[in-house]
Design a protein around this ligand. Structure first.
Ligand code: RFL
Ligand code: PHB
Length: 390
């Protein structure tokens, strides 16, 4: 098989890039190691920036998102017995975020790829990039016992944190920056009415909690748990009891509980690999960087990578201009690091660290007190949460 761009990974990054390039007449193939059902069973992001939404519309995939997604003009932070409000609209100069699940985004992108006859290979085994530092890279994969070779101009590694692309770059060519947090998030999806019309982030002495949603009939809740916990340690009843203990009494009183339809634990990690390019391989999304979900930045940062890479590839193919490709890593990383900083800050503000000093507790309380006493601090939070420009 011969294509212009071979994309490894059929998550939102790979699908969105492939769809945008296809609409410009640039030929791609997506090699995804899992089945479509498996990819669509993952419950991940819920909060989208308008920059991401614009890109979905440009990819002709925005119709259902615009119909079913909910605009959120603010969110709450519960702490020290009070429920404070962050008015995103007011403090970001009229901006907001969109609540629409990553599962739905991915479904819409798959449908669009099918509509245009896009090439998506599922259950591609042993996907391996070759000769990425040459003019003629290629990728091989196995399917039904046979090995298939894909010749291409460029390879895009959009295969997430555990993918093969980043690992195929020689170790001495990459610098990796990492912080692993000593806890995870236990998430529960339930077919119940959300407890609040806006998200509630909770800082509590028993640990962080978050009340989120996917729609008016589908709720998503999280609690901070030790890394040693497994979902099986948390029967539904135990989860709801613990969540209620962390919520302000008035909120806990109106929480509607129900059977979980998904329950999983995500470890929290900050990670960046630099640079995001090696030869003819470009990394995008979680393949190059990870944030803890506290600031709702992961998918949104993947979208800015896709935006820069899409325009760089367009300039290459339409104008013979390679400046975008040459600048891709530096441009993407400038925004990536700002998302890292913000996600780290939100995580430090809201979680209970097992090994903290009493000094750290006082700093955390002071950070919160400062936030709700300073318009400048609220502006900074709002500006980052709705998404920095790209
Ligand atoms: P993905 O989604 O991991 O997709 C990568 C795809 O590559 C495939 N793959 C391979 N394919 C071929 N060969 C291989 N060797 C392969 N190895 C892997 C995988 O099967 C997969 O299909 O990466 P992508 O596309 O870069 O998308 C990134 C986002 O998924 C991620 O950043 C977000 O989910 C992060 N995130 C959030 N981001 C937001 O912007 N807003 C949020 O509100 C938000 N909430 C969250 C989140 C992530 C969470 N978890 C579970 C980590 C909440 C949670 C709990
Ligand atoms: C979610 O709804 O899954 C969600 C929302 C906001 C976050 C993280 C996750 O910061």
């Amino acid at each position: 098989m011969k294509v212009q761009v071979c994309i490894i990974g059929g998550g939102p990054s790979g699908l969105l890039l492939s769809q945008l390039l296809h609409l410009q007449g640039i030929d791609t193939v997506i090699l995804e190691k899992s089945s479509r059902e498996h990819v669509l069973a993952r419950i991940r992001a819920g909060v989208l920036e308008h920059g991401f939404a614009r890109l979905m519309r440009e990819a002709q995939c925005g119709e259902r998102m615009d119909r079913e997604g909910e605009i959120h003009n603010g969110f709450h932070i519960a702490h020290d017995g009070v429920l404070d409000h962050v008015d995103l609209h007011k403090y970001s100069g009229g901006n907001s975020v969109l609540v629409y699940g990553q599962t739905e985004i991915t479904r819409d992108l798959y449908e669009a790829r099918d509509r245009l006859g896009g090439k998506v290979v599922h259950e591609a085994e042993d996907v391996t990039p070759h000769d990425i530092d040459s003019e003629k890279p290629f990728v091989t994969y196995r399917t039904a016992g046979a090995t298939v070779r894909v010749d291409c101009d460029y390879v895009v590694g959009a295969d997430g944190f555990h993918g093969v692309s980043r690992k195929s770059i020689p170790k001495h060519k990459l610098t990796e920056y990492e912080r692993v947090y000593p806890f995870g998030w236990l998430g529960v999806l339930s077919r119940t009415r959300p407890v609040s019309s806006e998200l509630i982030y909770v800082k509590h002495e028993r640990g962080f909690a978050l009340c989120s949603m996917r729609s008016q009939v589908l709720s998503r809740y999280y609690i901070q748990v030790p890394l040693t916990d497994k979902p099986a340690d948390w029967p539904d009843e135990a989860f709801w009891v613990e969540l209620k203990r962390r919520l302000p009494t008035e909120v806990a009183g109106r929480l509607i509980t129900g059977p979980s339809i998904e329950k999983s634990i995500a470890p929290l990690r900050s990670f960046v690999a630099e640079p995001m390019r090696y030869g003819r391989l470009f990394l995008a999304g979680d393949a190059a960087h990870i944030v803890p979900p506290t600031g709702a930045r992961g998918l949104n940062t993947a979208a800015s990578d896709v935006y820069y890479l899409y325009h760089a590839l367009l300039d290459h193919y339409k104008k013979g201009d390679d400046r975008g490709l040459d600048d891709y890593s530096a441009r993407a990383l400038a925004r990536v690091w700002k998302a890292q900083r913000f996600s780290w800050w939100m995580t430090m503000l809201l979680h209970r660290f097992p090994d903290r000093l009493s000094y750290d507790d006082r700093l955390q309380q002071t950070d919160m007190a400062y936030l709700f006493s300073s318009e400048a601090a609220l502006r900074s939070l709002a500006e980052n949460y709705v998404g920095l420009p790209f």
